[in-house]
Each structure stands twice: as C-alpha cells, then as structure tokens.
Design a protein around this ligand. Structure first.
Ligand code: TXA
Ligand code: MG
Length: 341
C-alpha cells in the first residue's frame, strides 16, 4: 500500500480535507493529537477497525479509544451519560482524558474488544478535532505505533512504524503532552483510574471525589490475572535494550553506573546530568519538571535503541502529578525492574 504523507501546520490546511475524505471512504489515517499520534478510522465500522489492528499488529482483545470533536457525538455511543461523566467532560474536554462508560449498540465489538464498555475522548489538538469533524464520524484511534513499541510523539516515528501499512499520515510536528491520555472508568463506584496521563489523579479527585487507582498502574499483573484495562497486560513501550530503573540520588546513580557499566551501557537521565556520566546518555527532560519528562520519555526510549544499547540505566522520576504517568510508562519499559541503591 502506498502511504500518502500530508504535512500540515494549521486546522485550516486543505490537506485536512483530503485526510477526512480518506476516512469517510473507510481508509485508515495516522493523525496528530496533543498526547501522541493516533491511527484513526471510522469507529462505527468494524471492518475499518480490523484494518487498524492489522496495521499495528495489535491483539484484537485490546479495545480502542473513540475520538469525538463535539459533545453531541458522545450520547449515541454510550448507554447513558451520568452526572459525574458530564462534570469531567465540562472541566477537562477537550483534553487528554478518556472516559469509559457502558457502550451502546452502535459501537462494534471490534472497537470494544468484546467488552460491554466504550472509551471516549475529545482531543484538544485543533487539527485532530478538524479531521474528526470533517470526516463526519467518531474515529477509533489507538496510538500510531507498532504494537509493543513506544508511542509516537512525532510523525517520523509513525512513518518508521506504519509506512506502507496505512492510507495516509498527517504530520503536524511534535505532540505537546507526550504521553497517552488519562483513562478513567466510570463503570464502577468509586471511579477507577486505569491509566495515568496528562489529567492527574488530583485533577480527577477535584471533580469526582474519591477514586481508586488500578493496581496495574503500579504493579505487574500476576500471571493469569485479569486486567481492568486490557492494554495493561501487554508488554509495553519496550526498547530492545533491557531497561533498569535506578532509585537513589544522582550521586548513587552515578556510582552504580561506574560500577556496573559495559561498552554498550546507556544512561537515561535528566537534562544536564549526562555531562557527569562515564557512558553515553539519552536525556528525558528536566529533573524537576514532570511535564517536560512526559514530553520526552517516548522519544528517549526510541533513541536508546538507535544507540544500540544493551543495558539502559534510567533515573527514577518524581511520581506525583503528571509524574505518575511518566513513572508508569518507564516502569513498563523496564518490565518493572527497579534497583534501589
Ligand atoms: O492519548 C491517547 O489516548 C491516544 C491518542 C491517539 O488519543 N490513544 C491511545 O490509545 O493511547 P491506545 O489504544 O494505545 O490505548 C488505549 C488504552 C488501552 O490500554 C486499552 O486497553 C484501554 O485504553 N481501553 C480502551 N477501551 C477500554 C475499555 N472499554 N475498557 C478498559 N480499557 C479500555
Ligand atoms: Mg498504545
């Protein structure tokens, strides 16, 4: 398949119409959002979403998020919108928040991965919303990476993973948030945070009161344990190199690397620290800035592979606010391997 590349700089570019035309005809198109690039297709047509699973090599029991550009598109997708869901939407949409509710009949099983629920979000990225609006249907869109690879925060990674496998890729530069949306399920009380992201637990609590944080956010699922969010059970975001998170001060981290390095060791550290380390390093943002780390973490995970690293020793990030999302992605890349020094 030949993949068309559309470079766009604003939601008014005419390439947006061309992308929407392809989507209207049942094609699949990678689109920018504020979180990561998504691989979009008509969410109401199971034959289209099957093509999305195939292009990503994604297991078919891992459900897709449905993207809308207008609140009016939500009600037809779900059995009902409770007060709490509306309150969340009013406060945080458009934005990096995905809300799970019981689904309606029009959502195909291919989209919900066979579950009785559906995940919906309204992205804040203007180009994403323009594409959804012009295509005239809600768009199912998982992250636009090959399944198991770090999510793409710039079009070059989408091109790397999906060229030749999708109808088109809309290139609008780098994503502003850099980690995927926060996923919250309102199908139980109290609501359950399934995946941390740009909307923090504190921000959710402000609207919802008490929430629970799913165990899979912090811990590895036991063999055979059922995941509330099927995506959590798959190995994720993994570079080819083995990643180990080193918990301790910078001095202790540096000493650990000095004592344990090989030729191919790469450090995954905060900006500025690389100058003091005896190995090659990739940085993932400023030390005291979780939002900056979120923006850089996936890019950094791709770069360590480009360096041909065998072992990657990563700095332990702060885990409050957006930091929880950074930690969650990093600990998955590390297959939960943390060493305290
Ligand atoms: O920021 C994002 O959410 C990006 C952009 C493209 O919007 N999309 C994204 O999609 O990250 P994806 O497919 O890579 O991640 C969706 C996650 C998966 O972990 C999936 O298991 C979970 O959401 N999910 C989707 N529908 C669900 C449902 N009905 N119940 C539980 N988990 C669900
Ligand atoms: Mg993904």
């Amino acid at each position: 398949m030949e993949t068309q590349i559309f470079r766009v700089t604003s939601e008014k570019d005419e390439a947006i119409d061309r992308a929407a035309e392809i989507l209207k005809k049942g094609g699949i198109v990678a689109i920018p959002t504020e979180t990561v690039y998504g691989l979009a297709g008509n969410a109401l047509d199971g034959t289209v979403t099957d093509k999305i699973y195939a292009a990503k090599g994604r297991p078919s029991d891992n459900p897709l998020i449905v993207h809308i550009s207008d609140l009016a598109q939500w009600a037809p997708l779900v059995s009902e919108i409770p007060e709490a869901a509306l309150a969340l939407a009013h406060k945080y949409w458009p934005g990096p928040l995905t809300v799970i509710l019981p689904k309606s009949e029009i959502v195909p099983d291919e989209v919900s991965g066979g579950l009785s629920t559906v995940a919906v979000r309204m992205p804040s990225d203007e180009i994403a919303r323009a594409i959804i609006e012009k295509s005239g249907v809600p768009l199912a869109a998982p992250s636009a990476n090959t399944s198991g690879k770090p999510s793409p925060t710039s079009a070059k990674y989408v091109i790397e993973d999906l060229s030749g496998k999708v109808d088109a890729i809309v290139d609008a530069g780098d994503c502003s948030v850099g980690v995927e949306s926060t996923v919250i399920s309102l199908c139980e009380a109290p609501p359950r945070l399934l995946r941390p992201g740009g909307i923090t637990p504190e921000m959710l609590t402000e609207v919802l009161g008490e929430i629970t944080v799913d165990d899979a956010v912090y811990n590895k699922l036991a063999d055979g344990e059922k995941a509330a969010s099927p995506g959590m059970k798959y190995k994720h975001y993994s570079p080819d190199a083995q990643v180990i998170i080193i918990k301790g001060s910078f001095g202790e981290y540096k000493r650990f690397i000095e004592e344990n390095r090989t030729e191919k060791t790469v450090a995954l550290c905060f900006e500025g620290e690389e100058k003091e380390l005896p190995v090659r390093a990739v940085t993932y943002g400023k030390r005291d800035d979780s939002s900056d780390q979120a923006k850089n973490i996936f890019d950094a995970l791709r770069r360590v592979d480009e360096l041909g690293a065998d072992k990657v020793f990563a700095r332990f990030p702060e885990t409050d606010g957006v930091g929880l999302a950074v930690f969650n992605r990093l600990v998955r890349a590390a297959a939960f391997n943390i060493i305290e020094v």
